[in-house]
Design a protein around this ligand. Structure first.
Ligand code: 3PG
Length: 305
């Protein structure tokens, strides 16, 4: 089978090597398309592929229509909002993700960004420490749980809210279970977002919710830009000069956010999962899932059943 690795944002070389080793070892042919500049390039590369490994690459209707032989797409990572999963299902294409494989990398970046933020972006002025601060984690999945683990090392007080995870499961991890999303925002100094981008969550982090943060609150987003109501957050940042917004995903209205210098920071490119370890874990998991699919029809990680 022909497996296309299509990544605008390439994997670390060691991950590509590992993926090739797995797939070629199982008798598959690997084609690499990195840093492509247009969808046209992807359409041409995918035309004879039986399987695809992608990151946040957009797998649209056009891509799925161009891929006449495609049977499986594996998103090497957690979020699959960049894939038209419903259309893939219509076309009989299995879509999978590799949950948990890159979550530690994202969780570590939360703290890289937080230290930078509470130390005033290293401008020389006295900042604050994370120890003793209250951290609220919105969504207690693989990333959220890693964030909780690291936060405890910093000596933070950790709470979480996840509408799909019962309070006793959260408490079992030694984390306080907030009563609701509003409660999480009201009772924490910092709120870290780990919700996926879905029809329900898009623009759900709005003016009213973020305004519940106490004085000097920080909102940190290493999830998706789509979950933010950007006009609402811009309005709030203008009104509340005590708030900070830190993100690993540049907002559409980045230029407007830039006006809040000293209270806003975005990484130039999404860096959460950009570690050799995360690339290797997620990439090799993706390759193994493709092997298992072709060998045994295994669809354990299918997200479009
Ligand atoms: C994910 O959903 O796995 C993370 O957001 C990482 O995405 P990336 O592979 O595009 O860096």
């Amino acid at each position: 089978m022909k497996v296309l690795i299509a990544t605008v944002k390439p994997f670390a070389p060691a991950a590509v090597e590992g993926i090739k080793k797995e797939l070629e070892g199982a008798g598959h042919q690997v084609v690499l398309l990195e840093k492509y500049g247009s969808e046209a390039e992807l359409l041409s590369a995918v035309s004879d592929a039986d399987a695809m490994i992608v990151r946040s690459d957009k797998v649209t209707k056009d891509v799925l229509n161009a891929a006449k032989n495609l049977k499986i797409v594996v998103r090497a990572g957690a979020g699959y909002d960049s894939i038209d999963t419903a259309y893939a299902k219509e076309k009989g294409v299995v879509v999978e993700n590799t949950p948990g494989q890159n979550s530690n990398a994202v969780a570590e970046l939360v703290f890289g960004l937080l230290v930078y933020a509470v130390r005033n972006f290293y401008n020389g002025k006295a900042g604050t420490e994370l120890k003793g601060k209250r951290l609220g984690i919105l969504a207690f999945g693989n990333v959220g749980r890693n964030v909780a683990r690291i936060a405890k090392g910093f000596g933070m007080e950790v709470s979480a809210f996840d509408e799909f995870v019962p309070a006793d499961k959260i408490e079992a991890q030694g984390v306080h279970a907030a009563k609701s999303r509003d409660d999480l925002f009201e009772t924490n100094d910092i709120v870290s977002l780990h919700i996926p981008a879905t029809a329900e969550t898009r623009q759900s982090i709005n003016y009213d919710v973020v305004n519940k943060l106490p004085k000097n609150g920080i909102l940190i987003n290493t999830a998706r830009k789509e979950v933010i109501d950007e006009p609402g957050l811009l309005k709030l940042l203008a009104e509340r000069t005590d708030l900070k917004y830190i993100t690993d995903i540049k907002p559409d209205a980045d230029a407007d956010f830039q006006k809040f210098e000293g209270r806003y920071f975005s990484t130039p490119k999404k860096m959460g999962a950009q570690t050799a370890e995360a690339n290797i874990n997620a990439g090799i998991a993706a390759a193994r899932q493709i092997n298992a699919f072709f060998k045994d029809g295994d669809t354990k990680f299918q997200v479009n059943k």
